[in-house]
Design a protein around this ligand. Structure first.
Ligand code: BGC
Length: 753
């Protein structure tokens, strides 16, 4: 694995035999049947967007029989998918099978860590494996196609969907994107255990203004090319079968109607051969966006711009045939879309056996197995980030005489399942309290107190959370008493499962309710506190970070959360996660990200410290609470001898940069070694630091290793104002370290030859 890049080859989506079969089939299709392939209906079982009119949905199986539907989403289970497939195959004129899609985001029934958490593992094999298990379970339940991975770079913790991506960095985001695609799709889409993946949301959705979901975006071309697009390009290169567009605009044009993004970049420049599905009703939303006159105009604009399949707007169903017949849209536009859709269906093997994913035996045998739980626990423990361990309170001894476990989240068996949880059974996660109890058995006296309240009532993916009772402090006294009588206090704090995710933007990123107040009380009676954060977005809470000696960022870790956290708390696993996002000190710093462009007035300008004329806040430090890439271990690592093979290189050279890393502590552990560059001057301003490689390496006690990264012109290249990817001669800082801040540095000059 060079620079963290998985070396598996791209599996091309073009197979000449399949293309011939598509030709034969398309020769038989009427325009209505072609448009039918471009139409996707939801079932009403699991609703993931505003519901269509009842009148529209009632007759949808009839429409399947008429060949007017190419795909359905939110229909699940071997039996149900079998029945729907049977209608398509046996009742429609050409018997073209349906493709069933579903949001398998971080697991189907066995839940894995939410995506921002498993990106925190910086371990691409772990990421890949989690998706492979999700694919195995989903495929056993009749699902052919997941609407994942989401690869939107996100810099704004207000945006609830930050939980669904890999954080703020395009390089890490690209590696995670390709690992996820490989995990879902395996080596061949035709294998029974694999499903087609979707690179979403193309593009710029993470840049919604003010972190407000469904908002418009302000995104410049430089950021689009250098920050937003790299994960999508990596996914396409990894052979992703489909791409989903988004609710937002780019440059004033809704991305669903954006020819530049979909046709010019994705289909032409990147040679993407799969198909583009709209996001939920994004074609229908173009008139509301005031970009189209009506649904017909929207269908016209979307088809012309390269949106191949319409999720839930009916725009194509109602109007595309007429648009072709009237000559407004060329039939070749429709033909291209249908070819792409049929290609994916052929690649999945649906024409050979449309029922291959509909086996009830497989469904029984392959879902939520013990083996999957073991793999989920492993992924979860590797995703935990040790933010702070000042007094080496951690790891705890399992024989600690008494332990207070405080916080309603500690006893919550649902929140760890996270948002976007597929078919997870409610309350099926191992809670933190259960994990701790099973780790210590009878050797420690564990007392639990709820302490504070979070949301009340039933929690549902589609409904607003109710925060009634959140100011209740009636549990404080019992919690404080338990804390005062215990050797150590483990306090679970953070967010409810559905505080983040789609439609969950917030104007505050602090701990809700009385959590902080309780923490302060506990701290006043017993400072030996370990805070376990469970959250879907970075939490800004300076008092906590500054006063609590030991803090674990655990995000929402999935089905085995409690066991995985206990593995880390008691040292059965030495934490190795690193932050994929910066943690702000306060909301006012948002958006905050390590790879910001250099200003003309950075820190230290002007030299007179009393003057105000430099880029800073007068009421807050400008640095984040925790830097991107930060994460501690129970052991320590020493970096030395950064050495570059040559201080200069030509465009055609590949050179090595190496560093010695030594485990100087008392435990074996893993370290994520990170490689950054800074382009010191260039034709457009560049980030102060850019991640260009990482390696997660295991070290025995006292072990020292020479870690090497390679540099070629592509490592140093970027997209300039001409949209070309090229390296410019000049000087670069080359930096390696264990986070984005503490780095050893050397220099390199790229010569003009
Ligand atoms: C989301 C997509 C999702 C789709 C289908 C939309 O609301 O934005 O990410 O795949 O619904 O469930």
């Amino acid at each position: 694995m060079a620079n963290g890049v998985l070396t598996d080859k791209r599996s091309s989506l073009i197979d000449p035999d399949i293309e011939k079969k598509i030709d034969d089939l398309m020769a038989k299709m009427t325009i209505e049947e072609k448009v039918g392939q471009m139409n996707q209906y939801t079932s009403t079982w699991d609703v993931t967007g505003p519901m269509p009119d009842e009148g529209d949905t009632k007759d949808r199986y009839q429409k399947v029989a008429e060949g007017k539907v190419g795909s359905m989403l939110n229909i699940l289970g071997a039996q149900a998918t079998y029945e729907a497939q049977k209608i398509a195959v046996e009742n429609s004129r050409l018997g073209i099978p349906l493709i069933f899609g579903y949001d398998v985001i971080h697991g189907y029934k066995t839940m894995f860590p939410i995506p921002i958490a498993d990106a925190s593992s910086w371990d691409m094999e772990v990421v890949k494996k989690g998706c492979a298990i999700a694919a195995k379970e989903a495929s056993a339940a009749g699902v052919h196609w997941t609407f994942a991975p989401m690869m939107d770079i996100a810099r704004d913790a207000r945006w609830g969907r930050i939980m669904e991506g890999a954080g703020e960095d395009p390089f890490l985001g690209a590696r995670v994107a390709e690992a996820r695609v490989q995990g879902f799709q395996g080596y061949s889409l035709c294998d029974l255990d694999t499903i087609a993946a979707t690179a979403k949301h193309f593009s710029g959705y993470g840049f919604v203004i003010a972190g407000l979901d469904y908002n418009t975006t302000e995104l410049n071309q430089n950021t689009l090319f250098n920050t937003v697009l790299p994960p999508f390009k990596a996914a396409v290169e990894a052979g992703v079968a489909t791409v989903m567009n988004a609710f937002n605009d780019y440059n004033g044009i809704p991305v669903t109607g954006n020819e530049f993004l979909q046709r010019d970049i994705l289909k032409k420049d990147w040679n993407f051969d799969g198909f583009i599905v709209s996001d939920w009703n994004t074609i229908g939303e173009m008139p509301i966006h005031q970009y189209a006159k009506d649904l017909k105009d929207a269908a016209f604009k979307a088809a012309k711009a390269g949106t191949d399949m319409d999720m839930e707007s009916r725009g194509y169903e109602y109007h595309l045939g007429d648009l072709v017949r009237s000559g407004k849209i060329e039939e070749s536009v429709v033909n291209d879309a249908v070819r792409r859709i049929l290609r994916v269906k052929f690649l999945l093997g649906l024409f050979d056996d449309p029922y291959k994913y509909c086996s009830e035996e497989r469904e029984k045998a392959n879902i939520n197995t013990e083996e999957h739980k073991v793999i989920s626990r492993d992924a979860a423990k590797r995703s935990i980030v040790l933010l702070k361990n000042e007094t080496s309170l951690l790891p705890l001894s399992k024989n600690i005489p008494s332990l207070a476990v405080i916080g309603s989240l500690a006893d919550d068996k649902d929140t760890p399942l996270g948002s976007w949880r597929g078919q997870a059974l409610e309350n099926s996660a191992v809670s933190l309290l259960e994990g701790i109890r099973s780790a210590v058995g009878s050797s420690s006296d564990v007392r639990f107190e709820k302490g504070y309240n979070l949301a009340s009532g039933k929690r549902e993916f589609t409904q607003e959370l109710k925060f009634e009772g959140i100011d209740d402090t009636s549990g404080f006294d019992a919690a404080t008493e338990a804390a005062s009588k215990s050797n150590v206090v483990v306090v679970a704090l953070g967010e409810e499962c559905f505080q983040s995710g789609e439609g969950r933007s917030q104007t505050s990123i602090n701990l809700k309710g009385k959590q902080l107040e309780l923490l302060k009380k506990l701290h006043s009676v017993n400072p030996n506190i370990v805070v376990v954060l469970m959250n879907g977005r970075p939490v800004a809470e300076p008092w906590l970070y500054e006063n609590i000696p030991s803090i674990l960022e655990t995000w929402h870790l999935g089905s085995e959360a409690g066991n995985a956290i206990a593995d880390v708390l008691f040292g059965d696993y030495n934490p190795s996660g690193k932050l994929p996002v910066s943690i702000p000190r306060n909301l006012g710093q948002v958006p905050i990200y390590y790879n910001h462009n250099q200003t003309g007035r950075p820190f230290g300008y002007p030299n007179d410290a009393d003057m105000v004329f430099w880029s800073h806040y007068t009421d807050s430090d400008k640095t984040p609470q925790y830097y991107f890439g930060h994460g501690l271990s129970y052991t320590s690592f020493k970096y030395s001898d950064l050495c570059i093979e040559s201080p200069t290189m030509n465009m055609s050279d590949t050179i090595n940069v190496s560093v010695r890393v030594k485990n100087t502590g008392a435990l074996a552990g893993e370290e994520v070694i990170q490689f950054y560059i800074n382009d010191k001057y260039s034709s457009t301003i560049r980030p102060v630091k850019e991640l260009k490689g990482f390696q997660k390496v295991h070290f025995e006690v006292g072990e020292e290793k020479l870690i090497t990264f390679t540099i070629d012109w592509q490592t140093l290249a970027f997209y300039g104002s001409d949209q070309e990817f090229k390296a410019e001669p000049g000087e670069f800082d080359i930096m390696i370290g264990g986070n984005s801040q503490d780095l050893l540095k050397t220099e390199l000059e790229l010569l003009d030859s």
